[in-house]
Design a protein around this ligand. Structure first.
Ligand SMILES: Nc1ncnc2c1ncn2[C@@H]1O[C@H](COP(=O)(O)OP(=O)(O)OP(=O)(O)O)[C@@H](O)[C@H]1O
Ligand SMILES: [Mg+2]
Length: 340
């Protein structure tokens, strides 16, 4: 039996979708290896739980950076194990849809395609993540109506105006969730002489992070090592003290959205003016981003339902376009492209 599958190899999370079933796996894109033997010890949730806690012999690494593969060997191992966990490896020679960021070099694209072909699949079709995000947010991208969709993930932000299945204006930035985490790490070190890990910073961001000054000031305790004494230490941090560095990142994204709006054809801008902007991706949930963007571009901004799953669900919906004609009878472009 052959069933088609979709794969979203995200910087932070790997997601797998099986036709007829929906999303079957959603786990961190992390691999733990034994440095002596190069053996993979753990992937996904298990590997994430070991991050920053491994001995000298083990290392937990993230084989994707800025939305692209930085270690193809580990990515191949990771997907193979994840497909096994999700019971997908029993599917014989599936056809696969995989998503890629909007701006990606041919070499980076080939790395994605080769890592998926290494699984023994029948074919690989690619889709830009903003098109997948739009479909996963429930939009009909084949209509002539213009939409502005933003996907803010862990390593990339994709901004695109879409109509008739195609992109009219876009930007892809390597600024996203991980940058918020890094700002928190830098701030805590500067202000409190405390070194904290990536997992702690990410948890603090989700708990108290904000990109506009919050009315209710939330607090959380972060633990790490004091740079002066070298000893374990904990401090309480507040939303109101970390929002400024986080806001700078959000403003840089809002400026790129403005650039895309300036480039988009006027008829499509009219549609976007009416409908507003759709936000997807895990990082679209950082407190206040929708408000900040609304103030910046003076348009309505809506966060999609289940923003983290929009891209994989959209890749799943796009399975129906495999093998379809490039342009349909209404002039809509097939959102899938063949890699070679
Ligand atoms: N409630 C939340 N508030 C703020 N950030 C969040 C929240 N939930 C998840 N995130 C962040 O979203 C990011 C992951 O989003 P997502 O799963 O869309 O990324 P990805 O698809 O793996 O990455 P990319 O598309 O950039 O390659 C992480 O940085 C995570 O910390
Ligand atoms: Mg993503």
């Amino acid at each position: 039996m052959s069933v088609d599958i979709a794969i979203d190899l995200g910087t932070s999370n790997t997601r797998i979708y099986v036709a007829g079933k929906g999303m079957v796996l959603d786990e961190p894109s992390v691999v733990t290896i034994n440095l002596d033997t190069d053996d993979v010890i753990a992937v996904g949730n298990e590997a994430y739980n070991m991050m920053g806690r491994t001995s000298q012999r083990l290392s937990s690494c993230e084989p994707l950076k800025g939305g692209v593969i930085s270690d193809i060997y580990l990515v191949e191992k990771m997907i193979k194990i994840q497909l096994g966990k999700a019971n997908v490896s029993r599917i014989v020679k599936p056809r696969v849809v995989a998503c890629i960021p909007g701006e990606i070099t041919d070499v980076e694209k080939r790395a994605v395609v080769n890592s998926i072909y290494s699984l023994g699949v029948r074919s690989v079709s690619l889709i830009e993540s903003s098109k997948a995000a739009a479909m996963g947010a429930g939009l009909d991208i084949s209509s002539p109506h213009g939409r502005l969709v933003i996907d803010i993930g862990g390593g990339t932000t994709d901004i695109a105006v879409i109509s008739l299945g195609d992109i009219s204006a876009s930007r892809s930035m390597k600024t996203a969730g991980v940058d918020f985490d890094e700002e928190i790490i830098k701030y805590v070190r500067r202000k409190y002489n405390l070194i904290i890990g990536k997992v702690t910073a990410q948890a603090a961001k989700i708990e108290i992070g904000a990109v506009v000054k919050p009315e209710v000031d939330k607090t959380c305790i972060v633990k790490g090592r004091n740079t002066v004494t070298g000893l374990p230490h904990a401090v309480e941090i507040r939303s109101s003290e970390i929002f400024e560095p986080l806001q700078d990142i959000a403003i840089s994204i809002a400026q790129q959205v403005q650039d895309v709006l300036e480039e988009a054809p006027p008829e499509l801008i009219g549609d976007i003016y009416k409908d507003g902007i759709i936000l997807t991706g895990g990082s679209s949930q950082i407190f206040g981003f929708d408000q900040l963007l609304k103030n910046h571009v003076k348009l309505d901004v809506h966060i999609a339902e289940n923003p983290s799953s929009c891209v994989i669900n959209g890749c799943g919906f796009a399975l129906k376009y495999i093998g379809q004609q490039e342009v349909d009878e209404n002039g809509a472009v097939n959102p899938l492209s063949m890699p070679y």
